[in-house]
Ligand binder design. Sequence first.
Ligand SMILES: Cc1cc2nc3c(=O)[nH]c(=O)nc-3n(C[C@H](O)[C@H](O)[C@H](O)COP(=O)(O)O)c2cc1C
Length: 467
Amino acid sequence: MSIQFGIFFQGVNYSTVWNAPESGSQTEFESFRRVIQTAERGLFTAFFLGEGLRLREHLGHLHDLDVAGRPDGLTQLAALAAITEHIGLVATQNTTYNDPVDLAHRLQSLDVISGGRAAWNVVTTDNAWTGANFRRGGYLDHADRYRQAGDAIDIARKVWDARALAGPTAEIAPDRRADRWGAAPAPFHHELRHYDVDAAGSLPGSPQQHPILFQAGDSPDGRDFAAKYAEVVFSAHGTFDDAKEFAADIRARTVAAGRPADDLKIFPGQEFIVADTLGEVDDKVRWVREHQITPQTAVAFVEALWGTDLSDHDPDGPLPTFDPVQHETGETRGAGFRAQKALDTANQWRALSESKRLSIRELVIEIGTRRGFAGTADSIADELVPFSREHVVDGFNITPWLVPSGLDDIVDKLVPALQERGVYWTEYPADTLRENLGLRPPLTRRGDVPATGGADVTARVETPARV
Ligand SMILES: Cc1cc2nc3c(=O)[nH]c(=O)nc-3n(C[C@H](O)[C@H](O)[C@H](O)COP(=O)(O)O)c2cc1C
């Protein structure tokens, strides 16, 4: 089985070093162009943009390593579609603040103009400061966010299916006039908690029928949501044992949702640090971590676990002597940091910092050092072979620690090493993202729906066994 690669172009988070001499801009098109064209040269399956609609806040302050703004994802991907041919274009878009009919139309537009390469990474966005940007104000609680996300996907699928189910489309009308089309798409009605819509999609589908649905969110609700709706899960479980456990869990949930276990592809986010020789690995890792973990980032990282302001703590001094405060801190990726887990983790960190005599910053660097793959191209390729052999992942979403040159070593050295081991393809198998991922047709288009007919869209897309 081929391991696939996606690239996760980070806009926020300390994973990407933006302050080195060789760092590019996070807003100039040149950075995006260089990264996506390198990824396509390396036969990557997908190019992935995160979404942050507001600069990240932590206890009322901006993070020092967060980039100062970034362009809208769908706009960016439309431009990138024009300079690429095969790579998938994944837009992270949240379901909490977007209007689903409008969002579905924009995603389908990207899918059509890219010839069937678009995907939607469905996120619910879990922070109040982003909510403050929107007129509805605040943000929904956790369970409500996932309920709303399910509604949003149901609606999006109706938009995407409408034209195809309405009968012959503009393709058969030589002059493309609407009055020569076949039956018009039937409007559908769908009620959400915050509003209800009467809508009809208007675009014919792309060659892959629907944009691919990715999902990122790791709580039990998040996993069930992925199992029910998603086609690719962007997980946070990238080490072998963790990935194996996650694969067993998510596949069981997928089967429980009435789908084949392999219907949901697994792509953990992961970082790769490729050195020329084994002797250089430690130095390179050290350089990366020291640039990623500034003193302020180190304190913010510990604050996220402790749940309270630690600005009076010296980053070069010891961890707090008191226990974590048990509430959410507003950190973007909150799931790993909640409640009872916090005390266990704090105790592990204390033991580690005491045994190795580490300061706060050294501890955070040490924890980060155990993340990701670091080695030569050959040593990393050897580590990746079991992931393929035991099929614990379908691919990795690589977060480059440097933009725009951070993929060069991966494409020029790691990809050939994987190809030599027979676990990476040597050409794109197809033109659409759905085919490259080896996915079945969309859940609402698997044979129980006639190709033409234009009747009751709502009834068909809500067939329970399907979604
Ligand atoms: C790997 C990963 C990537 C994420 N990327 C984003 C993102 O780009 N934008 C965003 O608003 N939320 C992002 N999220 C947050 C999720 O949408 C979700 O709100 C959060 O994880 C809380 O849900 P959970 O408790 O199910 O994990 C991401 C989450 C994960 C696990």
